[in-house]
Ligand binder design. Structure first.
Ligand SMILES: Cc1ncc(COP(=O)(O)O)c(C=O)c1O
Length: 397
């Protein structure tokens, strides 16, 4: 039987595809620090579980395709705290930010169209786009420049007749970049001048460090008909397993079109939406504490990386990832070697190889993404393991 070219040419996620190696290493008795995936260990606010426990309906029924109206209201109120004003008919609840991204790409691109994305980018943009025959063209950004955007004229050169949108993860996964107001304004201007949509993936909106100001693409009134805000409770409230995300746009026609996809998949889990209503009521103090913790973790990881011979990286300013250039022949080979051949006092680590976070061929082969999602003590130990592994690796450059 022949499978579609679409599916056979789609990459397996570099965040998850090395998991079998980690499982084997664990079975062999090694402790593996899982720094490959953005799965925080921060406690989910208890109000989520209380709401689940209080569910007392006799039938677990479908919810409406747009989503639970109370959750939509809660999200609309949350956006007000960021000076964004979304009406109830401008928000759709989705199965995580993942479905929101897929639906937004389907609704804005035809097969053969292209989306522009600063690279390295969240690797699943590649997966979602290629699944619907859309190509991703990377706007290469560099650690030396803090992963900030190139000049307007260089960006504009990338636009082709089939370019339909720009996707921006802000704060950036996997780089930790937080874009400035001027950069966002430049993007908004380009998208208006070239009639492009902007998919604003802001699932890490709260995770901004060092007192930096956070500006949302939803704050640019002049672009409100073309901005699509992608959101999720996964990282914001450390509720990755809830699978609750959303799409928000002032373009009501676009929302009505995407609603057709929502109707096709019927609804989002009924009970998790009830829990998510409570999450969106979490007082903002919660983020202060969480951000202090992430800042400490960032400092430990970045501090340790800076001391490692031949390792190049830039201090991340947001989200909870750092992209690192390693002094190795190939990062994926190195990560597999760490899992199969190496341990330091019975411990090893797992990272995500960064090549699949680029669309430009030949870049990122010696780069990896580290997610600083473990407690400070474990991160410290994981960084020692990495340092020792780099010293022992036979393919060191
Ligand atoms: C930038 C970005 N967008 C979207 C997602 C999707 O998250 P979820 O589907 O859990 O909401 C992730 C998950 O890691 C992410 O990092």
């Amino acid at each position: 039987m022949k499978f579609s070219n679409r599916i056979t040419s789609m990459q397996a996620s570099p965040i998850r595809r090395l998991v079998p190696y980690a499982e084997k290493a664990r079975k062999a008795g090694k402790k593996v620090y899982p720094l490959n995936i953005g799965q925080p260990d921060i406690k989910t606010p208890p109000a989520f579980f209380e709401a689940l426990g209080n569910f007392n309906k006799k039938v677990l029924a479908y919810d409406g395709s747009q989503g639970n109206p109370e959750l939509i209201k809660a999200i609309s109120n949350y956006y007000k705290t960021y000076n964004m004003d979304f009406q109830d008919d401008e928000i759709l609840i989705t199965n995580g930010g993942s479905e929101a991204l897929l639906f937004a790409i389907i609704a804005t691109c035809d097969a053969g169209d292209e989306v522009l994305v600063p690279e390295p980018f969240y690797t699943n943009y590649n997966g979602f786009a290629s699944a619907v025959n859309v190509t991703v063209d990377g706007i290469t950004t560099k650690a030396e420049e803090g992963f900030h955007l190139p000049k307007k004229e260089d960006l504009v050169k990338k636009i082709k007749p089939n370019t339909k949108s720009i996707i921006l993860s802000n704060p950036g996964n996997p780089t930790g970049v937080v874009y400035t107001k001027d950069e966002l304004k430049m993007l908004v201007d380009i998208c208006i001048e070239h009639n492009l949509f902007i998919l604003a993936d802001e699932v890490y909106r709260e995770f901004v460090y060092d007192g930096l100001e956070y500006i949302s693409l939803g704050n640019f009134k002049e672009a409100e008909d073309r901005v699509i805000i992608i959101d999720s409770v996964s990282k914001r409230y450390s509720a990755c397993g809830a699978r609750i995300g959303s799409i928000a746009s002032k373009n009501k026609d676009l929302i009505q079109e995407i609603l057709k996809l929502c109707q096709g998949r019927l609804c989002v889990p009924t009970i998790e939406q009830i829990g998510a209503i409570e999450l969106y009521k979490t007082p903002t103090d919660y983020f202060k504490e969480v951000n202090e913790e992430y800042t400490k973790r960032r400092d430990i990881v970045y501090g340790a990386l800076q001391k490692m011979d031949g390792v190049i990286c830039k201090e991340p300013k947001g989200a909870f990832y750092v992209s690192v250039k390693l002094p190795v022949d190939n990062a994926e080979k190195f990560i597999i070697w760490c899992l199969e051949e190496f341990d330091y006092n019975g411990e090893t680590l797992m990272m995500a190889p960064l090549e699949g976070f680029y669309s430009t061929p030949g870049i990122g082969e010696d780069e990896a993404r580290i997610a600083y999602i473990l407690n400070t003590e474990e991160l410290q130990k994981a960084m020692t393991v990495l340092d020792k592994a780099l010293q022992a690796y036979p393919g060191r450059k």
